[in-house]
Design a protein around this ligand. Sequence first.
Ligand code: ADP
Ligand code: MG
Length: 162
Amino acid sequence: MKSLPYFSRGEVVRGFGRGSKELGIPTANFPDSVVEHLPGDISTGIYYGWACVGSGDIHKMVMSIGWNPYYKNTKKSMETHVIHTFKEDFYGQILSVVMVGYIRPERSYDSLDALIAAINHDIEEAKRNLELPEHLKLKEDNFFRATTSTSMTTSNKIMNGH
Ligand code: ADP
Ligand code: MG
């Protein structure tokens, strides 16, 4: 995919609240405006990369892009699970992410246990792959430090692409 790495930033909005409740794996949802900016060659499926909430630390992440077949969603979504334990929710905050690699296409599962097992497998793969030098480099990208600027206005909080 020629659009990778893909940088994206947006406010964390409410989804259906099922991520943490049913799976024990919360996923921070981007608003439609961010999802609509995705380049055409970014296929649906599971990605890994780096993520940062507000001006906080940069953590590994896995992201699902797609139609959520398990839930028979009718809407495309971009949901990020940050591989970190947060003290509290961060709805309304700005999430900055860089997608660096693709793990697999999305698919439907026969049971919730099978879905959870697949996500945990994705998390392990993300953790491993992100240790590669070319991926570690992106963690240091200036993109993540741009959010610390106090002069930032609402208009440039939402930024997509390179
Ligand atoms: P929703 O359907 O509203 O997205 P989820 O059950 O998927 O609800 O939970 C997502 C929310 O959980 C995020 O918006 C964020 O505020 C919070 N959260 C806490 N820890 C994490 C994490 N490690 N990764 C992603 N979101 C997290
Ligand atoms: Mg979610």
